[in-house]
Ligand binder design. Structure first.
Ligand SMILES: Cc1cc2nc3c(=O)[nH]c(=O)nc-3n(C[C@H](O)[C@H](O)[C@H](O)COP(=O)(O)OP(=O)(O)OC[C@H]3O[C@@H](n4cnc5c(N)ncnc54)[C@H](O)[C@@H]3O)c2cc1C
Length: 474
């Protein structure tokens, strides 16, 4: 057998003799995939097809002990390594070129304590895995909008979804985590144990260690809620967004809504004659009493002439996957994002103008309402911060062919620049693209939080083993 060549942290490479690899395979229980293994191609591929990196090895962890072995192996040979949860990061942070991918995606156990209203979930879970188990008990964690997304990347970067207005960032609802740190130790992080590490991991992204499981606080939700979407023709977008601004600003925390401007997909809930035409849609989820939700929705339903209205009583798990079909794995994606303090006339006009210039039937401009419980906590509560944000604006370029990259990326960048003046100045770390570096990372955290994160990084990962993430080191 030949030597294996692997990328190292400092940019160089190391050639490992077959015995070194064999020793690692023996110590590691899960599959270790090299490029010639049949399973390698599928595992290395992530959600965003724009990212096409090939790790030298993929270590598919079967438990915490495997994570420790992978960290030790990486340190011993100074390997470049990346950590894969659900593989949904837009910047492709989970896959490194030539190094060691530490893959957590086989670890998908969820244990629910219905009496204590808490759940422990392994770090390879998707949002759907957790919702499925917690909803058996009429409970839910605060998670995001697309069920195939990984809980790990989402949680360590902050996390928001339909329950954020009621209960804050996903990471505000963490009780504890089990973490493998850069020196290969297994530690608990909570308010009582390793409190500084616990703080850093609630928004500080993948810089501080590999979380093997998350313990979340749960809340009674559903199992049926009032939710769905209402759609109008694109020519009515200005009127609908003005109604949305008022409707969402007045809505109680039980009601969360998302505005979407895009070309109508060939979805069965939309009339055939609008497929391929511009539309504006408002997705809503009311997690309080169904009757209260019906009354609250009346003004939105009375706006203009809706093309379709599928807001109905439905299982919460169904609501949690309503947007899934719009975000399949394997398309090309490029996002730009700001936090918004509100939706003013300039934001509406700019969104409408740029929606008219969308270059792909899969691209969209989305505004997610998040204001509410976030603002109940002080800014320094967690690095996720940005507690003054009322909405997340995400400009999501999405298309199929590499030859269309330039035109779609240009569209997203133009819309981003045009909406800059409408932003709080902050941005979401989990929505940053590959090219977005130090200035955008500072926009995500603010200077004071970033300095505190950098000091903790020096303490917990002095060699910067966990560098294949949005770095807090400047
Ligand atoms: C279709 C889609 C919908 C989305 N919707 C939402 C949403 O509704 N709300 C929201 O908040 N975000 C949303 N996001 C953003 C999402 O939170 C980030 O993309 C997040 O990084 C995805 O997590 P993952 O585990 O799938 O990522 P991966 O790509 O697997 O990992 C991303 C990074 O997270 C870190 N990481 C992964 N696993 C671990 C671990 N075990 N321990 C420590 N660090 C780890 C690493 O730095 C890694 O490089 C969405 C993304 C997509 C693509």
């Amino acid at each position: 057998m030949a030597n294996i060549k692997l990328a190292q942290m400092d940019g160089g490479t190391v050639e490992l003799p077959p015995e070194a690899l064999q020793a690692f395979r023996t110590a590691f229980k899960g599959p270790v995939l090299a490029p010639e293994d049949p399973a390698y191609e599928e595992v290395r591929k992530i959600w965003n097809a724009m990212i096409d990196r090939r790790p030298g090895l993929i270590a598919r962890c079967s438990g915490t002990a495997d994570v420790v072995q992978a960290v030790r192996f990486a340190r011993q040979h100074r390997l470049l390594c990346s950590v894969r949860g659900g593989g949904h990061n837009i910047a492709g942070l989970s896959v490194c070129e030539g190094g060691l991918m530490i893959d957590m995606s086989l670890l998908r156990g969820v244990w629910v304590d219905p009496t204590g209203r808490r759940a422990r979930a392994q770090a390879g879970c998707t949002l759907g895995d957790v919702d499925r188990e917690t909803q058996l008990h009429g409970l839910a964690a605060v998670l995001g909008f697309v069920s195939a997304t990984g809980i790990a990347g989402l949680t360590v970067g902050g996390g928001f979804g339909y329950l954020t207005r009621r209960h804050g960032w996903t990471c505000d609802n963490l009780i504890s985590m089990e973490v493998v740190t850069a020196d290969g130790s297994v530690v608990q992080a909570s308010a009582e144990q390793n409190a500084e590490l616990f703080w850093a991991l609630r928004g500080g992204s993948g810089n501080f260690g590999i979380v093997t499981s998350f313990e979340y606080r749960l809340y009674p939700v559903g199992p049926e809620i009032l939710g769905g979407a209402i759609a109008w023709q694109g020519k009515d977008a200005k009127e609908v967004l003005e109604a949305y601004r008022k409707f969402s600003a007045e809505a109680p925390r039980e009601l969360t809504s998302v505005a979407v401007l895009r070309i109508a997909p060939p979805a069965p809930w939309l009339p055939k004659e609008v497929h391929g035409q511009p539309i504006v849609a408002i997705f809503v989820c009311h997690s309080g009493k169904i009757e209260d939700g019906e009354a609250l929705l009346a003004p939105l339903r009375a706006t203009g002439r809706p093309l379709a209205d599928i807001v109905t009583r439905r299982p919460y798990v169904q609501m949690q996957s309503l947007l899934d079909a719009t975000q399949p794995k394997g398309r090309r994606y490029y996002w730009k994002s700001h936090y918004l303090p509100g939706i003013g006339p300039e934001m509406i006009d700019t969104a409408v103008a740029h929606a008219a210039r969308i270059r792909s039937p899969h691209s969209a401009i989305l505004m997610f309402q998040i204001q509410g419980a976030l603002g109940d906590l002080p800014a320094e509560h967690s690095p996720a911060g940005n507690r003054d944000a009322a909405y997340v604006l995400n400009i999501t370029g999405s298309w199929e062919k590499p030859e269309d990259d330039e035109i779609n990326i240009r569209w997203a960048r133009d819309c981003f620049e045009a909406t800059r003046a409408c932003s709080t100045g902050g941005t979401y770390i989990n929505f940053l693209t590959e090219e977005e570096g130090a200035d955008r990372i500072e926009a995500a955290y603010g200077r004071a939080t970033l300095d505190r994160l950098a000091a903790l990084k020096r303490r917990y990962d002095p060699e910067n083993l966990f560098r294949h993430t949005k770095s807090v080191c400047g």
